[in-house]
Design a protein around this ligand. Structure first.
Ligand SMILES: Cc1cc2nc3c(=O)[nH]c(=O)nc-3n(C[C@H](O)[C@H](O)[C@H](O)COP(=O)(O)OP(=O)(O)OC[C@H]3O[C@@H](n4cnc5c(N)ncnc54)[C@H](O)[C@@H]3O)c2cc1C
Length: 493
């Protein structure tokens, strides 16, 4: 006979959304909060373990942000260019990159609540650091709307949340896999859990699902995301295999978000198949290859296939991996000349696989691309570069090519100064976009559109995004909907 235990609120998962939900629900009146994390402690923490976890949130700029980063010396802070990032900016970014498909109620809720949610994190004790900047004429510019990440990146964020959760008496159980949801499409009652040496049922008045996406499950990737997606490398956590999402759908939860879509970015072709390593200081993933706007990208046939200068990488990187996957062999080469190399923002070249040559023809031979084709691609690209607008790395400069089959519409500089370098890249999946439908209280809705009583969701298990994603909105979504879930579930009896 399987043992049955009880608590007030169960949180499924051990990532950032789970910690935020557990802390919020505990602060809002739930006494006995249990977090069930499938992974062993050393592999716990979900995707945040592999990320610097930048946050894009609504704020009034320079003066307000000082509260988050009081340790930055004043003379350095004075060089920061921190314009307000408004509610309308966030809604517009979410709407534009999802091609108008994002649930407008949830997008508006995210925008309305993101500022409060970040201040809540600050009050909880999360410490912050500034994002990377680039220096132009003595001023330090940020990527639009991307100003802050927790100190120590994702690993730092997880360390801080673990301590906060422990201080609140939250019961964090590792190696505790949820294998069944108890209840039906009207009401959740609890979960069934398997650990290495036990199996039990845990009942609760509320369950908050923060079990992530299905990106680490090749069978589900192939089923939902399409051709060759089972070959993709997984940037994050190996434990995001989607079984809780499947249980939610089987229980009658409504599907939402883009089930054939996912966040897929260009990463080093030599990256491990799963769990790409984060930098030692947590400030980014070593395998990211996001400087493509300063060069061109070609496939193994030596031809360009997307507009590398469409927009700042923050608005294009999450769909560029898919474009690479669609090329022969699922591999491409980012090609730069000396000028492009000098502009690298991510500066993680030290960890990168790359090739170098004094001429494009030599470089082509090194990467096994037909030199005649690559030399021709570069020559045609160079001839198409328009000089009417000056190059400006910090803004959409409109310096473009004209007349190519695929034009580059910003930051188009000729590739003409040795040394030339080629970085082989492939597609790395970050998280999947298909998930369950929630409302602004983070209650999971059933296929009739009614809340399933007691059931909440936050994080990647929620279906929200379509096609593409503005950088750093995953973390913001997590905290906004975890806080909403915690407040609603904490009050519920
Ligand atoms: C390399 C990388 C860089 C990123 N950079 C950023 C960034 O800068 N900004 C940003 O906003 N987003 C970023 N993201 C995305 C973001 O980190 C994720 O979307 C986010 O962390 C998802 O949080 P989550 O808590 O929903 O899921 P996860 O963090 O994936 O956690 C899911 C948890 O559920 C657990 N779980 C799964 N199944 C079960 C089960 N059956 N029983 C019990 N537990 C289970 C897993 O073990 C895991 O702990 C990045 C992601 C990666 C991989």
């Amino acid at each position: 006979m399987v043992q049955r235990h009880n608590c007030d609120v169960i949180v499924i998962g051990g990532g950032s959304a789970a910690f935020e939900s557990a802390v919020a629900v505990r602060q809002n009146g739930a006494e006995k909060v249990v977090m069930l994390e499938k992974a062993p402690v050393e592999q716990s923490g979900g995707n945040a373990r592999f990320s610097h976890t930048g946050f894009r949130f609504v704020n009034s700029g320079q003066k307000e942000l000082r509260e988050f980063i009081p340790d930055v010396p004043q003379d350095l802070y004075d060089t920061y260019h921190l314009p307000p990032y408004t509610r309308d900016d966030l809604v517009a970014d979410l709407t534009r990159v999802t091609q108008g498909r994002i649930d407008q109620t949830l997008a508006a809720h995210m925008a309305d609540k993101s500022n409060e949610a970040l201040h809540w994190m600050l009050e909880c004790g999360i410490k912050w650091a500034p994002e990377k900047t680039h220096l132009v004429n003595g001023k330090r510019y940020f990527q639009p709307g991307m100003y802050l990440h927790p100190k120590g990146g994702g690993p730092g964020q997880l360390r801080m949340w673990t301590e906060i959760a422990r201080n609140l008496g939250i019961d964090i159980r590792y190696r505790s896999k949820v294998v069944q949801l108890l209840g039906d499409y009207r009401r959740i009652e609890g979960v069934r859990v398997i650990t290495p040496d036990d199996e039990y049922e845990l009942t609760a008045r509320s369950v908050i699902c923060c079990s992530g996406g299905f990106q680490a499950n090749p069978e589900m990737r192939a089923r939902y995301l399409g051709q060759n997606t089972d070959f993709m490398k997984v940037r994050g956590n190996r434990h995001n295999t989607g079984e809780v999402l499947r249980m939610l759908l089987d229980m009658g939860a409504k599907a939402a978000g883009h089930w054939q879509g996912a966040h897929m970015s260009p990463i080093d072709a030599g990256a491990p198949a799963v769990e790409t390593p984060v930098m030692e200081d947590g400030t980014g993933n070593q395998m990211n290859r996001y400087d493509y706007q300063f060069g061109i990208t070609v496939n193994t046939e030596g031809r360009r296939f997307f507009n590398e200068g469409e927009a700042a990488h923050a608005y294009t990187y999450a769909k560029t991996g898919r474009a690479v996957l669609g090329q022969p062999g699922g591999v491409a080469y980012q090609i730069y000349d000396r000028k492009g190399i000098d502009l690298f923002h991510y500066n993680n070249k030290g960890n990168a696989t790359f090739f170098e040559g004094d001429t494009i023809a030599v470089l082509a031979q090194q990467i096994g691309v037909n030199p005649i084709v690559l030399v021709d691609t570069v020559a045609k690209f160079n001839a198409a570069v328009q000089d009417d607008k000056p190059f400006n790395k910090g803004v959409l400069d409109g310096r473009r090519t004209n007349g190519l089959e695929v034009d580059k519409t910003n930051w188009a500089n000729r590739i003409d100064e040795a040394p030339f370098q080629a970085f082989p890249v492939t597609c790395g999946i970050t998280f999947t976009f298909g998930g369950v439908q929630i409302n602004t209280n983070s209650q999971v809705l059933n296929t009739e559109g009614e809340p399933i009583r007691g059931l909440y969701a936050s994080g990647d298990v929620v279906g929200l995004f379509f096609h593409n994603y503005p950088s750093c909105t995953g973390q913001t979504r997590n905290v906004v909907f975890s806080l909403a879930a915690g407040r609603h579930a904490g009050r519920a009896n």
